[in-house]
Design a protein around this ligand. Structure first.
Ligand code: KG4
Ligand code: ZN
Length: 379
């Protein structure tokens, strides 16, 4: 089974072709265009700029993954479908015409389905990817599989990447997943495959959001997470800023990070011009404070649900301090961290999730009527 996967939930346009034979995954092609340079000057993602970029990037990336995968193709007659495609992509400039022309040239590749993220994320950008996927599904007459981005982050751990080769991993259930990204901080109990119960969430900022805001306070470039992570490695530990670890002893699985961020803000204000050394110590202590709460609540959840596997997913799982703290404290459990190349947004994880969905009782009544859902929840 071979699936073309499309991801446009935020500021990365990503396409991949993921194959599964038996239980083994392989990635036939993977391509991505990041918009960091465009959003950098605004200090965050601007939805309408992002939407325009996705519309521009999708077709070149499709060409690229189809070339890279060298899948055979058969002739495609688009004549009776062109009107629908033009209607579907009416708001995307020349995309409909360009796509029809391309499909006439390239034909129908031998894939089995098209997977696309339909939420959560920025609605304008989700719509572009979803409509593009619908257009391909109609033109090629292939099944459309709308995918939840957060489930993608969870199942990204199924692939291990070693020197260009992918190995397939196994999740023993029950499992608990910690999702830490730019928009989400959630603890999820997964009793059995595809059965998700969110047991805790942030009451204010998401972890990634806190990293990005603290980076801005320390005058580091966007996106802040990787910058904080880099700077924290230079910490001298000469300064103690006494940052709090909010809600560490609360009697639930919820989180809160805005107080920690505000604490950094007040300390930074009272210090005035901070030296690089002070900034590095601040970055380090911020990371430590975040890690401490994430770890404490995760260990509690593992115990409560008797989990056999612990999964971390989402962009912040690329953070080395968090990775090593969890590795040190979770030696008796199957700890699955995503490969660093699959930690942040990508289309491979969307392809994997579609394969896993097809394996179960997958039923999507009318995928061609799916709508982009910015707040789509896990269930
Ligand atoms: O999952 P993701 O790529 O996009 C969303 O779905 O939100 O996560 C992006 C978030 C950003 O907030 C970014 O700053 C953070 O992940 N991030 C990191 C690191 N790499 C990315 N945070 C901490 N340390 C990192 N190394
Ligand atoms: Zn994400």
């Amino acid at each position: 089974m071979t699936i073309l996967a499309i991801e446009t939930s935020c500021d990365e346009t990503a396409l991949a072709i993921v194959k599964k034979e038996g239980e083994n995954y392989s990635v036939l092609a993977d391509a991505m265009l990041s918009q960091i340079k465009i959003h950098e000057e605004w200090g965050g993602v601007v939805p309408n700029l992002a939407k325009r970029e996705h519309a521009k990037n999708l077709l070149p990336l499709l060409k690229k993954v189809l070339e890279e995968s060298s899948l055979p193709a058969e002739k495609c007659d688009t004549s009776r479908k062109e009107k629908d495609i033009k209607e579907l992509l009416i708001r995307e400039g020349n995309l409909a015409d360009d796509l029809i022309k391309f499909v006439k040239e390239i034909g129908i590749p031998s894939i089995d389905a098209i997977a696309v993220t339909y939420g959560p994320g920025l609605e304008p950008t989700l719509w572009v990817g979803l409509n593009f996927a619908k257009a391909l599904s109609i033109l090629w007459n292939k099944k459309l599989i709308p995918i939840n981005h957060m489930e993608g982050h969870i199942l990204s751990v199924l692939l291990e990447h070693e020197e260009g080769n992918y190995k397939t991993r196994i999740i023993d259930y029950p499992a608990v997943a910690l999702l830490i990204s730019g928009g989400h901080t959630e603890l999820v109990h997964i009793k059995e495959p595809m059965s998700y119960e969110v047991i805790g969430r942030t009451r204010d900022d998401a972890v990634g959001e806190a990293f990005d805001k603290v980076a801005r306070i320390l005058k580091l470039p966007y996106p802040g997470g990787p910058e904080i992570s880099k700077l924290a490695k230079e910490a001298t530990k000469d300064n103690d800023f006494k940052l709090p670890s909010p809600m560490i002893n609360s009697d639930d699985f919820d989180f809160s990070f805005s107080g920690l961020k505000t604490s950094v803000l007040y300390k930074a204000k009272s210090l005035g011009d901070m030296t690089n050394e002070m900034k590095a110590d601040m970055a380090n202590q911020f990371e430590q404070a975040v890690t401490k709460v994430l770890l404490k609540k995760s260990l509690d959840a593992v115990e409560k649900f008797d989990a056999k596997t612990f999964i971390i997913g989402g962009g912040v799982s690329a953070n080395d301090t968090i990775r090593s703290a969890f590795k040190d404290s979770m030696k008796d459990i199957n700890l699955l961290l995503p490969d660093k190349t699959l930690s942040t947004d990508n289309a491979i994880m969307i392809g994997i999730t579609a394969h896993e969905r097809l394996k179960g009782e997958y039923k999507e009544e009318n995928p061609l009527e799916a709508e982009a859902r910015g707040n789509l929840a896990l269930k």
